[in-house]
Write a protein of this length. Structure first.
Length: 331
């Protein structure tokens, strides 16, 4: 049976590093995923209130279809400043597209943001939001090992009416083919079954990675919108106030269109782990990256392999969501 990679993290995919920067005073943060070159990538957006940048560059019908780094940030629209910092820092290192001799390199740095502006932190930043500074710090902190829970972009996240967080998980499919996910869970929906202790994602848990709780007696799952009144009183039932941000990566050599298919399939992991998901209020966004290290088969068998990668990506997403919330709530 497939098992997690050695770290059970996104960085089990060789060539990608992750860095956090967390500001406890503002109660927010930034997470940067840096690749070791231009990786093929695409995106799928299912939430009704997304916030981000450079998403069009990753659509198969457009130019580029690659990225050099990816940024997740709190701060809603202000958090997009973190990607400006990362782009500037990478360009200074001559990382990016080189369109003319002597001109600055142009890094492709997509970003997606979550709304954490109502979480009680000090948001009185005037004309100097902290996200550019946090972007530089997160990039400088990028490494193979990174923390989970209420850190980086997951610092101010909520999952339903409870703290959310940043999680990650991986799966080794054999033959050098690995799939992994990193998630920032800030959804309107709940990650727990009605008993309040069992994750909806429990069937996909491996090795007790998020506590090992299993459902006991029969539970009433008929309410399509649990905790509706509490969510309303907390001001979370508005567009852009909630989201699940996801990146899935594999070692396969994929086209931009094939990455798009993996991103679409990866969205199923959100639906497995969060109930309800993909609401008009959410900004659920999945990026899919491919390192290109493993060549897939030619012909019809290739589509089977892509389907396997997409299915594994959805499993990793579900596990990463539960793991992020679990780690955020640990003492």
């Amino acid at each position: 049976m497939p098992q997690p990679g050695p770290r059970n993290l996104l960085t089990d995919i060789p060539g990608i590093r992750v860095g956090h920067a967390t500001d406890p005073r503002v109660d927010t943060g930034v997470t940067v995923m840096r690749t070791d070159g231009a990786w093929t990538a695409s995106i799928d957006i299912r939430g009704g209130g997304p916030g981000g940048r450079e998403s069009a560059a990753l659509e198969p019908q457009n130019m580029v279809g690659q990225l050099h780094a990816l940024v997740f940030a709190g701060g809603s629209v202000f958090g997009l400043g973190a990607a400006d910092a990362v782009a500037a820092a990478l360009s200074r290192e001559h990382v990016g597209l080189h369109l003319k001799a002597g001109a600055p390199a142009i890094p492709i740095v997509p970003a997606a943001v979550l709304h954490d502006l109502a979480n009680g932190g000090d948001k009185q930043w005037g004309l100097d939001p902290p996200y550019r500074r946090l972007g530089f710090e997160a990039l400088a902190n990028s490494d193979a090992d990174f923390a989970l829970g209420a850190v980086g972009a997951g610092r101010g996240a909520m999952a339903g009416v409870l703290p959310g967080g940043l999680g990650s998980a991986s799966l080794d499919l054999g033959g050098g083919l690995l799939v992994a996910a990193l998630v920032v869970a800030n959804p309107i929906g709940s990650v727990y079954m009605p008993d309040g202790r069992t994750f909806w994602a429990w069937p996909w848990e491996i090795g007790g990675e998020f506590g090992g709780a299993r459902p006991g007696a029969d539970q009433d799952n008929s309410d399509p919108m649990p905790e509706l009144s509490r969510l309303d009183s907390m001001g979370r039932l508005q567009a852009g106030a909630n989201t699940t941000l996801v990146v899935v990566a594999s070692t396969a050599r994929l086209t931009t269109a094939e990455c798009k298919r993996v991103a679409i399939m990866g969205q199923d992991g959100i639906a497995r782990a969060v109930r309800p998901a993909h609401l008009p209020f959410d900004g659920d966004t999945v990026f899919a990256l491919a390192s290109g290290a493993v060549e897939l088969s030619a012909g019809p068998r290739r589509q089977v392999q892509i389907g396997c990668i997409g299915s594994a990506a959805a499993d990793c997403v579900a596990r990463a969501i539960a793991r992020g919330v679990y780690e955020a709530r640990r003492p």
